[in-house]
Design a protein around this ligand. Structure first.
Ligand code: SF4
Length: 335
């Protein structure tokens, strides 16, 4: 839907929302009817990873609840400032896997393109919250990465990541997709994004046209963590995309105070299934500095997974896994 004109250009609804994010914690708390008692500590804890929240995502939060699981994912807290042994700026040692700026090569046959450093939302648990985007995205941006891919016939899958690749507009994405389509040994395109979860309108017709392309079978991996994030609007769009031939998966992060309860995880899988999205991974937290308060002990994670298996058919139980630096694949703790 086109809803606004600016400087003679029509701006799609999702871009208008992305340009009008909530960035002031006081405004967010006020919208939710909360008092800003802890605000100075919230501000200090945000550091160089400030608040970014789309208004449509804030509308899914429960007013008056300071412990709302959606609010907890976006509002900085003083615990972020505590140093924790074992937690660092690059928990997955991605610096070691940078083949050329903008391209990470960790796993056999696959390569990950860091297409942007921008996100529609800032998630406090993000393992790339300290990522050096400037050194990956400066200069000629994707040229070196595309040249590297063209010379590697052993790479069959390209993963668009970031930041969030779906913060780019359709024209910019089309330029990238056209360039990738010209590399004959690339057979699979995978996109990881949280943008549709916080701004469902991002799954628009123009993007669908570009991705429902017979050149390759596109896999879109959504990042939803809580059942309330699967809004009716998101579910409608996902079903439409599934009918158009896009494979839709979801991966979640197991987060204390957000989704570390059986009922929340069961409801998440149910709602994903109703939307045509397959629950795929439930990740243990990557140990990034500032996020230790989200960690769930392995013993509790395994217990939750056992309970999920008892409640859901196997195809709706995500694999409990952890990414460990240096390993050739994710470590599956329970399948
Ligand atoms: S959208 Fe993804 S990359 Fe961006 S802050 Fe959230 S978790 Fe990190």
């Amino acid at each position: 839907m086109i809803t606004q004109e600016r400087d003679g250009w029509e701006l799609p609804d999702w871009q208008r929302q992305q340009a009008d994010l909530i960035t002031d914690p006081a405004e967010l708390l006020d919208l939710l009817g909360l008092t800003p008692g802890d605000l100075p500590s919230c501000l200090a804890a945000a550091g160089d990873f400030p608040l970014r929240v789309p208004r449509s995502y804030a509308a899914l939060m429960e007013p008056g609840n300071p412990d709302d699981p959606l609010l907890r994912q976006v509002l900085s807290v003083p615990e972020e400032l505590r140093e924790q042994p074992g937690y660092g700026a690059d928990p997955l040692e991605e610096g070691e896997h940078t083949a050329v700026p903008g391209l990470l090569h960790k796993y056999h046959g696959r390569a990950l393109l860091v297409v942007t450093g921008a996100c529609a939302v800032h998630c406090r648990y993000c393992f790339r919250r300290h990522f050096p985007y400037q050194s990956h995205l400066s200069g000629k941006r994707w040229d070196q990465a595309l040249a590297w891919l063209a010379e590697r016939p052993d790479i069959h899958e390209v993963i668009l990541s970031g930041g969030d690749p779906l913060t780019l507009n359709n024209r910019r994405l089309a330029q990238l997709l056209d360039a990738l389509a010209g590399i004959p040994h690339l057979r699979r395109l995978r996109i990881h994004s949280r943008t549709p979860v916080v701004i469902p309108e991002r799954l628009d017709e123009g993007l669908l046209e570009r991705l429902a392309n017979p050149r390759w079978r596109t896999v879109l991996v959504l990042h939803a963590n809580h059942p309330r994030e699967i809004s009716a609007s998101l579910a409608d769009r996902c079903r439409q995309w599934q009918r158009a031939g896009i494979t839709l998966l979801n991966q979640s992060v197991l987060l204390a105070g957000v989704n570390d309860e059986v009922e929340a995880l069961v409801a998440l899988s149910d709602r994903l299934h109703e939307a045509g999205v397959l629950p795929y991974y439930l990740h243990q937290l990557d140990r990034v500095q500032g996020a230790a308060h989200f960690a769930v002990a392995d013993a509790k994670a395994l217990e939750l997974h056992r309970a999920l298996r008892a409640r859901l058919p196997g195809f709706l139980v995500p694999r409990l896994s952890r990414e460990e630096p240096g390993e050739p694949a994710k470590t599956v703790l329970a399948g």
